[in-house]
Structures are given as structure tokens and as C-alpha cells.
Design a protein around this ligand. Structure first.
Ligand code: SIN
Ligand code: MN
Length: 234
């Protein structure tokens, strides 16, 4: 892994109409295929998304994923929304229809997230999974690719809530050069096209940098299309 370089902010910026309700949307291209949306969600929108997450967690519960092969626990806790959810255990990484502990179907993706996906992806086929990761202040996520989906044409849309985190993104080669960016509560990020298979991860969470979550820490949501969309016959 070569040394990381902090990404200069404001390489390109433009505003369009609001996001969930009204906020202006600033779009910064970090590099081809990686678009950063600072404060995509205003405080009110963050609170409302946080409350929806709490309801889902109370109903369906976070679970502890483990790494393939040796089964060591990951430091993040997880829950999925949608018809498919990403899980990891000794048998490997995969998408499945049911919660690995309760055996229940995952809760549905919130309508606010479907609407946001439509706006950010130019109405790409509906997402099937929203992975919610909860990071305590000591949790991290090693560099990895999101490659368990069948459809790499679909972007991955990421939203951050709570404490600031240091996100790192490289290239499609594990040892490629990386860039780092601090993701704050309400920030959005898309990786798509030439960056869709880039290695990325979270090096650290900055404790007590947000008042959004009473318990501290950070939620990250990644909204994903998993299967290839069926193309209607002409
Ligand atoms: C992920 O890659 O699944 C999470 C990235 C993040 O926490 O920002
Ligand atoms: Mn990922």
C-alpha cells in the first residue's frame, strides 16, 4: 500500500436542485468515477434518516459479521435493508434474502433512500440492498472491493451519519496509490464507472466529532443494485 494523499477539496463543483427535500447539492469529482457530495443531507434530513435506522435496528437487530475462512469478527456491526443483504461468514461473502441470525426477511429500503438513489443515479434500476454498517469509535474497515454484485454497471451510493471517518480509495489494484477524504455526517459519495471496483476502506473514526448519534460512532449506508436489471424487449 503506498502512502495516502489527502484529497484537495473543490476540484469541481456545481449545484442542482435539492436532495430529499430542498437542500442544494454540491458535487465534487475526486477522480473519474468518484463523486463526493458534502452535506448532501442537512441536519433535519440526517436526524430523520437516523430515526428510521433506529426503528429498523430495533425491529431487525444489528449482527456481527465474521471474516471468511478463519471467522474472526469484523469490527463493524451490520444490518441490511432490501430484498437482498450482504453477509460475510466462514463460508465467504454473499448476498442473501434473510437475516443470518433471525432468519427473517430484511426490512425494506426506506422510501427516502429510494428517492435519493433515483436522483443520484439518474433513475438507474431500483437498488436491492442497503448495507448499514455501524462503526464504534475504534472500528475500521480494511481496503476491499465491492465485487459481490452481479451488476458492476450500477453505482454504489454511500451516505455517512455521525462521527467523521477517514475514507481511503485507491485503484482496482490492491497495491495502487490511494487518496483519503474525511467523510462527515450528512456527506454522500458515489463510486461508479472507472472507479466501481476500486479498493476502499475506513482507516479510522474520529471520536466525538458529531452530536447526531447519542451513543457516538458512525453509520455508513451503501445502497447497491445487486442483480443485472432485466432489459425490456423492444
Ligand atoms: C463500505 O465500503 O462498505 C463502507 C465504507 C464506509 O464506511 O464509508
Ligand atoms: Mn465497500
Amino acid at each position: 500500500m503506498r502512502c495516502s494523499q489527502m484529497v484537495p477539496i473543490a476540484t469541481q463543483s456545481s449545484s442542482t436542485n435539492g436532495m430529499i427535500d430542498s437542500a442544494a447539492m454540491t458535487r465534487i469529482e475526486i477522480k473519474p468515477g468518484v463523486i463526493y457530495f458534502p452535506t448532501l443531507l442537512n441536519r433535519e434530513e440526517q436526524e430523520s434518516l437516523r430515526d428510521e435506522i433506529y426503528v429498523a435496528i430495533n425491529a431487525a437487530h444489528l449482527f456481527q459479521s465474521t471474516m471468511p475462512r478463519w471467522g474472526n469478527p469484523m469490527s463493524v456491526k451490520m444490518l441490511n435493508l432490501g430484498s437482498l443483504g450482504w453477509v460475510s461468514d466462514k463460508s465467504g461473502y454473499r448476498y442473501q434474502k434473510r437475516h443470518p441470525v433471525t432468519g427473517e426477511a430484511w426490512p425494506p429500503i426506506f422510501p427516502s433512500l429510494l428517492k435519493l438513489w433515483g436522483r443520484l443515479t439518474n433513475n438507474y434500476a431500483e437498488p436491492e440492498a442497503c448495507l448499514i454498517n455501524y462503526y464504534s469509535s475504534t472500528a475500521k474497515m480494511g481496503l476491499h472491493q465491492d465485487r459481490d454484485e452481479e451488476d458492476f454497471n450500477a453505482p454504489v451510493v454511500s451516505l455517512s451519519l455521525g462521527d467523521t471517518a477517514l475514507f481511503r480509495i485507491g485503484t482496482s489494484e490492491r497495491s495502487g496509490p490511494t487518496q483519503s477524504i474525511k467523510l462527515q455526517s450528512g456527506d454522500g459519495l458515489i463510486f461508479d464507472g472507472p472507479a466501481r471496483l476500486d479498493f476502499h476502506g475506513i482507516d479510522r473514526v474520529y471520536k466525538e466529532t458529531s452530536t447526531l448519534l447519542n451513543e457516538g460512532g458512525r453509520f455508513n449506508l451503501t445502497i447497491r443494485r445487486v442483480t443485472k436489471p432485466v432489459i425490456a424487449a423492444p
